[in-house]
Design a protein around this ligand. Structure first.
Ligand code: ZN
Ligand code: ZN
Length: 212
């Protein structure tokens, strides 16, 4: 019988989560306590805005401390993990959990228990898709704070490449200076312009612009 993974829709022999999604869910569960710890660094409210602007790209918004508080609070990571523990225990006819102690300890305990249930979840639980999607979402929301995607370096626009081909045609491709780069290289004709040439480059560009 062919069935489909409830998380990624991939066809498979049987069960509710494919091997890849089961493994990904396992990694996410294993990471939960570390993600919780990682969030601690983002608890402090953003300092002086000028300083923040210098140390972070302006277009990567500073995470709001409230989001961090929510994720680390009783309704956040630990709430999600314990809610699933409760649901799964009920499904499997086990006694209700009675979590005690610190949020950190409870999260570790709940994550470890969910890891223990994972083989059953993947193979035998029709709600596995909802579970896996929720775990995916909650970890993604933490990762977006602790490790936001690096902004793409679009470089500083220097002007148009003044290199002249043998037939007299000017290259004219847009030249960009990328962060940390020592040389401006034309992506079209591969002509390189080291810093010593930049002032001369500007003169050439202005000349080309005047001609055009
Ligand atoms: Zn899958
Ligand atoms: Zn060029």
């Amino acid at each position: 019988m062919i069935t489909f993974c409830l998380l990624c829709d991939q066809a498979m022999e049987d069960g509710y989560l494919c091997l890849g999604c089961t493994k990904a869910t396992r990694v996410r569960l294993e990471c939960l306590p570390d993600l919780y710890d990682g969030l601690a660094a983002f608890l402090a409210p953003a300092g002086g805005s000028a300083q923040m602007r210098g140390s972070r790209p302006v277009h990567a918004p500073m995470p709001v401390s409230e989001d961090v508080l929510d994720l680390r609070g009783p309704g956040g990571l630990v709430g999600a993990a314990e809610r699933w523990v409760g649901i799964i225990r009920e499904q499997r006819g086990m006694p209700e959990p009675e979590p005690t102690g610190s949020v950190e300890g409870r999260l570790k305990g709940a994550a470890a228990e969910l890891l223990g249930h994972l083989p059953w979840i993947a193979v035998s639980w029709p709600d596995a898709g909802m579970f896996a999607a929720d775990i995916q979402e909650v970890t993604a929301s933490v990762v977006s704070i602790v490790a936001p995607p690096a902004p793409v370096d679009r470089g500083i626009r220097m002007g148009h490449c003044p290199a002249q081909f043998e037939d007299g045609v000017i290259c004219g491709a847009v030249l960009r200076l990328y962060a940390g780069a020592k040389v401006v290289t034309c992506e079209w004709c591969s002509t390189s312009y080291p810093p010593a040439m930049w002032s001369g480059l500007k003169v050439l560009m202005d000349k080309d612009a005047a001609v055009a």
